[in-house]
Design a protein around this ligand. Structure first.
Ligand SMILES: [Zn+2]
Length: 330
């Protein structure tokens, strides 16, 4: 019987670290999470990562662990295994060496990258993009992330910054993005963007059903409320969702023209809204795309949920190991 192998995938978040054992067919054999404890210092965070890996390897049983992949928040120098720049969700994480301690303790091939990139690779290799070689993934969350998979490998770019789809300009002089620049896609099609636009419309005196749902001064307004109201035909929310989806479709057309993907995947909470988002995205994409008769890349929702980052971290390690056993059939 052939040797059974698996890879450890780790998704480091601000609150929890998720560990998983993934086979070359993308099966998740085992997974668990433990607190990050970022407030207790970077040594504690690294210690929690190492202990979790140790626990994972023990859980592998008869499977041989062939490698380890770790996704971390921030800009990650994949070559030197270093976090170059990190948002404050893990204090002092910038400058942290995250690969060497893993290699020192486990003596296994280990790979690190940005957490969003790992989720992209997970979705592209073992999620909706399984069996495809050229895939674009956009993640609609509080902000907008994304990535490009070319020939089955993530495209990192010269400065590890490729795939920042959320910061495409969609409106000259438009809403200000969290990054400070005006008119970026993220200022419209992210959860924060949707909520912000509804706030602005109501400040202009328009009325919406969400005023009854979101409490005093709309303090509890969420993107889900905006999407639910739009589905009910609420004018204000429908206009916001349509415009935002239109901008997303337009941005996808831009990226398709550069990367010529086989498939474009939309992940994140907003992608669960279904047709109300996807129809407008598709309409705008069809309107702006060049070579419409040639390009058939479908725009589809993601298939993986919370596990995308962990499965992707393992998939990244498998790709780096040039594992020819990867069986990501659709
Ligand atoms: Zn921006």
């Amino acid at each position: 019987m052939a040797e059974r192998i698996c890879t450890v995938g780790i998704d480091l978040g601000g609150t929890n670290i998720v560990f998983g054992l993934v086979t070359p067919r993308g099966e998740l054999l085992h997974h668990f999470s433990r607190p990050t404890e970022g407030e207790k210092g970077t040594d504690r965070v690294m210690g929690n990562i190492l202990d979790g890996i140790s626990q994972s390897i023990e859980a592998a049983g008869e499977y041989r662990v062939n490698g380890i992949g770790l996704g971390s928040p921030g800009v990650v120098d994949t070559e030197h295994g270093l976090v170059i720049q990190c948002a404050p969700n893990i204090p002092n994480w910038s400058g942290q060496q995250i690969r060497q301690p893993i290699i020192d303790r486990f003596r296994l091939p280990s790979f690190v990258d940005n957490d969003a990139k790992m989720a992209v690779i997970g979705e592209a290799i073992f999620g909706a993009g399984a069996g495809k070689k050229h895939v674009l993934v956009v993640t609609l969350g509080t902000g907008i992330g994304g990535g490009v998979v070319i020939n089955g490998k993530i495209h990192r770019g010269a400065y590890y910054c490729a795939g920042e789809i959320g910061h495409a300009v969609v409106q000259i002089g438009g809403r200000r993005c969290a990054c400070g620049v005006e008119g970026h896609l993220e200022a419209y099609a992210s959860a924060k963007g949707l909520v912000g636009q509804v706030h602005e419309a109501l400040q202009e005196g328009k009325t919406s059903v969400v005023t009854e749902w979101a409490g005093p001064e709309l303090a509890g307004l969420t993107a889900k409320m905006v999407l639910d109201a739009a589905k009910q035909g609420d004018r204000v929310c429908l206009d916001v969702v349509n415009l935002s989806s239109h901008y997303l479709g337009m941005a996808l057309a831009h990226f398709a023209m550069v990367f010529d993907p086989e498939m474009m995947i939309i992940s994140g909470g907003i992608s669960l809204a279904g047709k109300i988002v996807f129809n407008s995205v598709q309409e705008a994409y069809d309107r702006y795309i060049y070579y419409t008769d040639v390009r058939k890349a479908p725009i589809v929702p993601a298939r993986l949920g919370f596990e995308a980052g962990m499965v992707g971290a393992a998939a990244m390690a498998m790709i780096e190991l040039n594992l020819n056993e990867i069986q990501n059939l659709p």
